[in-house]
Design a protein around this ligand. Sequence first.
Ligand SMILES: [Zn+2]
Length: 282
Amino acid sequence: MKITETIHVFKHHFRLALGENQYADRFVYSYILVGEKICLIDAGVWGTAPLLLNYLEQIGRSPSEISTVLLTHAHPDHIGGCLAIKKASSASFYAHPADKPWIEDVEKQYRERPILNFFELVEGPVPVTRELKEGNTVSWDKGKTIRVLETPGHSLGSISLFFEEEGGLFTGDAIPASGTIPIYVDPEISIQSIQKLKKVSGVKYLLSSWHEPVFENPITAAMDEGIRYIQKIDEIVTDLIKTMPPETSGEELSLRALERIGIKTSKVLHMVRTSFESHRKK
Ligand SMILES: [Zn+2]
């Protein structure tokens, strides 16, 4: 789907394994920037890579024209399709140095952040040819500039990308979607990152991986909602810690917190436990 003449949004549907033969349906948005060259912002999962490449053909372009892939961070639903893109093009892959090791060594990511069906989501590693840091710019096409903002919290190396000429702000997973399972490593830094995003001027489109594209006025409202959601979880976890014995496991804490948020589950994934336990470290 087209947002502007240059920016297209692509929705990837995938499943996340919760246990044996138990799956949760998930989705992630990635973005295709179409000029003389093609730039992708995040690659989706392995399974949907052929659909993404087909989409390019549907709009009269060739996957071989992809020259740049900017990765907002290293998680499987953002890098899983990279190898398929690498095979179809001579694209270069860019990411923040803090998330680079998990992109170049996916076995390491799997060991350090286990996801049951990781290798169903990620085909394999790709080399990161350029490291992106705060204030760097990427001229992915003639007269088209992407500025890098470091927005850690969801992961240590999470970045947001501002397409200056068109006012598109790509935030990856930096802004949590209220009411969904929280995924971050540091709630306070996450809030600081969202506050930083609120200060970017000239934003016409908020293009996140978890939200439908947001236009103009509701943009700061969507960001405020993300901040309020993290604060609400902080209140819940702080309250639970007060009433539960200190030896309470992360699993138990997470289950109780999820219950209070209104999410019913009997299983807590490693990455979800990390989110709730990150509130405990304050
Ligand atoms: Zn993520």
